[in-house]
Structures are given as C-alpha cells and as structure tokens.
Design a protein around this ligand. Structure first.
Ligand code: FE2
Length: 177
C-alpha cells in the first residue's frame, strides 16, 4: 500500500436539485408559488441526507420566480443558479443565509446568434413567421457558467463568480493525414 493509499481520503458528496417552473410565471397556475414551491422541500430533505453540498438549478422564464426561489432556498442549499433564459446576469451574490445565487448562469455556445441559434434563421422565424428549422450558430463561441467556493463542513458558500470565456472553435476541420 502506498503512503497516499493509507491516508484517509476526504469524501465530499455533491447533490443536485432541479426545479422546473417553465410557463408558470409567479405561480399564476398554482405550480410555481405557494404549495408548489413547498413541494421542493421533501425532495431536498432526501438529497441532503446523502450529500453535504447541494446546488439547485432553477429552470424558469421569469426572473421574479428565479429570485424568489433563491430566497426560499437560502440557507437550505449551497447555491441556486437560474437557467433557461440563456443570458448571464450580473446579480451574483451570497444571500443572507449563505447560499450563492445568480438569476441566470448564461449559455455555452455562439454569441453571434439568437440564443445560440443561427440569427438569420431566427429572424425569418420571428419576423416573417416562416417555420424555418433553426440550426446552431458557430461564431464567437463563449463558455458561461458559475463557480462557487463552499465551506464543506457547513455547506455555506463563501464566494461566487461568473466566468464568460471566449473559446477558439474550429469548424469542418479535415482529419490529419
Ligand atoms: Fe430551457
């Protein structure tokens, strides 16, 4: 047995909670607000029994719903990250209870586009109402996301950042040889 194998290895268990509130702006149909939101808690209890650090993905159209879920889960999870609207927001913060939060973590894909899709096709579809098939755009590719520094023992978030990195992207490259 090597020295590194005989040493106890720290174990960190991560959990994830995904909440979908698409099309239910501010709980107007009963799924997003009130009792709907509270249905998240039993699922979260189960995840927390298995994991030290839990992140929540709040997948919704309305910024208000995502913000409300951030406050609702503040102190219950290490981070709440909004998704679906594709545009990275500049409101990243550590909330009062120690939860890292951002309204939308952004998109990985082409920024010379409409939400990652070919902009000419998107314009034809939206302005001329032509049922054009949308294909992914390929220029100005960037990686968006979120990083969070978490204290493992408590699960409290200490810091959050939102990278927005351009990447080189090579199209239609023939295999060498
Ligand atoms: Fe979505």
């Amino acid at each position: 047995m090597s020295p590194s194998e005989s040493r106890p290895q720290p174990q960190l268990l991560l959990g994830a909670l995904r909440v979908l509130f698409l099309g239910d702006v501010c709980g107007s149909r009963g799924g997003g607000g009130g009792a709907g939101t509270r249905r998240v808690l039993p699922a979260l209890d189960g995840i927390r029994r298995e994991a030290q650090i839990v992140f929540g993905d709040m997948h919704a159209k309305a910024t208000a719903e995502k913000q409300a879920m951030g406050w609702f889960l503040d102190g219950r999870v290490s981070g709440v990250f909004g998704s679906h609207t594709h545009v990275q927001t500049a409101d990243e913060a550590i909330l009062d209870g120690g939860t890292a939060y951002i309204n939308d973590s952004g998109m990985c894909g082409s920024f010379d586009s409409v939400l990652g899709m070919n902009k000419d096709q998107s314009l034809r579809r939206m302005i001329e109402m032509v049922p054009v098939r949308l294909r992914p755009a390929a220029d100005d590719v960037r990686i968006n996301g979120v990083w969070v520094d978490v204290e493992p023992a408590s699960g409290r978030a200490l810091a959050i950042g939102r990278p927005a990195q351009s990447v080189a992207f090579v199209r239609n490259q023939a295999p060498a040889g």
